[in-house]
Ligand binder design. Structure first.
Ligand SMILES: *Cc1c(COP(=O)(O)O)cnc(C)c1O
Length: 403
């Protein structure tokens, strides 16, 4: 059966205000039969509708200024983003993948070095390590937060280890204090992979402000998304920042005068302009996600067999992704999709079992928690504009399918 289009249904609850901060009443589980509807995994159209005119006029400003590659709009965003993350420097680059790579290069990491990270991250984290010439070394995760298990890090440290990249998976920050303590004891560089964690907190400190540096992705689907590809590095280390600025622009401080060989990873002017506008609304968007997450958790806690996301007491989780765990994940995902619910899996195969990482020599069973979670993760629709009606539909559909 084809689900009816969502738009044809009259909404019975108040819609979110334009900045996504609108209140959402979490009604108790309804036993009434829901009408079929489509609930997409992510609804960028709904997210952008309230700001589209403002964005278009800003883009027109960029066009009038011919400020397409780097330039004043990028610089202005860099100041705003550094300020938001409570750090001294932000450097805009071409993508999140390049932000990871350039920061590692600037730190001097290369062939012969090892960099520790989690196996349950997006491939980019390992790619960036690999493209410096260094070797990714994985450490298993915690079963409640899905982030690096600090207790397992020391066993993975060798004389070749140069850095640790904790990944703030799904929008919840890794347990940074013990990680930093271990890093300090062993003289290691710490970069937070904050691609999924703009506006997240750990003990009152912002994602991106705790490690020696942090990488961010503004891929359109991320919780701070550009209108194309973009990324950034944040740091309080002025000399590291200066190196990254040089590397992202062919090693030139002045046009055609190259002090080192770099790369082209300048952020687009249009992305800088769009991101600065969207950054103004990130707190509202995060509030919308958190509200949707608590609404989900309230409704889903009544269903047996679902393991809900857990929020560490010292963290503000921003729910870039709301991922539950279920044992019959693959059939459940298929059935959800048949009923119009846009589920997904982040990520189905941990990196140590990816074909691309075969040469690292890992085997099935090396990281049991990451492997178990990868077989059970099921991401549900999550975006700031998600309505209570949509959440109810997803929860009721899950309840029916699990029963
Ligand atoms: C998205 C993402 C990246 C890569 O960012 P791009 O902008 O897509 O290059 C890196 N790490 C994590 C954890 C991500 O989610």
């Amino acid at each position: 059966m084809k689900p009816a289009m969502m738009q044809t249904k009259k909404l019975r609850i108040e819609k979110h205000t334009s900045d996504g901060s609108g209140q959402l009443d979490c009604l108790p589980f309804s036993s009434a039969q829901d009408q079929p509807m489509n609930v997409p995994l992510l609804d960028l159209k709904a997210h952008h509708a309230p700001i589209k005119d403002e964005v278009l006029s800003k883009i027109s400003e960029v066009i009038d200024c011919n400020a397409f590659a780097g330039g004043p709009f990028v610089e202005s965003f860099e100041y705003a983003f550094a300020d938001y993350c409570k750090v001294e420097q932000a450097i805009g680059v071409g993508s999140g993948t390049e932000s990871l790579w350039l920061a590692l290069l600037a730190q001097g990491i290369g062939p012969g070095d090892e960099v520790i990270t989690a196996p349950n991250t997006y491939i980019a984290t390992a790619e960036a390590i690999n493209f410096t010439g260094a070797r990714p070394v994985f450490v298993d995760i915690l079963e409640d937060t899905y982030n690096l298990n600090p207790d397992l890090i020391e066993a993975a440290i060798t004389p070749k280890t140069k850095a640790i990249i904790p990944v703030h998976l799904f929008g919840q920050m890794a347990d940074m204090d013990p990680i930093l303590e271990i890093a300090e004891r062993h003289g290691l560089f710490v970069m937070e992979d904050s691609a999924q964690a703009v506006s997240a907190d750990y003990k009152g400190r912002r994602a991106g402000s705790i490690g020696h540096c942090a990488s961010f992705s503004f891929y359109p689907g991320k919780n701070l998304g550009a209108f194309g590809e973009a990324g950034a590095i944040t740091t309080n280390d002025a000399s590291l920042a200066q190196k990254i600025r040089s590397l992202r622009d062919h090693g030139q401080a002045k046009k055609y005068f190259h002090s080192r060989l770099g790369w082209n990873s300048r952020m687009d002017g249009i992305q800088g302009a769009v991101l600065e506008l969207k950054l103004k609304r990130i707190d509202g968007a995060t509030a919308g996600r958190r509200k949707a997450a608590s609404c989900y958790s309230e409704k889903l806690s009544a269903i047996e067999g679902i393991f809900l996301p857990s929020e560490n007491r010292s963290c503000k989780h921003v729910y870039h992704i709301y991922s539950i765990r279920v044992t019959n994940r693959d059939t459940l995902l298929e059935s959800l999709r048949e009923r119009g619910v846009g589920g997904s899996i982040h990520y189905p195969i941990p990196l140590h079992l990816q074909k691309a990482c075969q040469s690292l020599g890992y085997e099935k069973g090396d990281f049991p928690i990451a492997e178990k979670c990868a077989s059970e993760f099921l991401s549900l629709p999550m975006f700031p504009e998600l309505t209570e009606e949509q959440i109810s539909y997803v929860a009721n559909t899950l309840k029916e399918l699990i029963r």
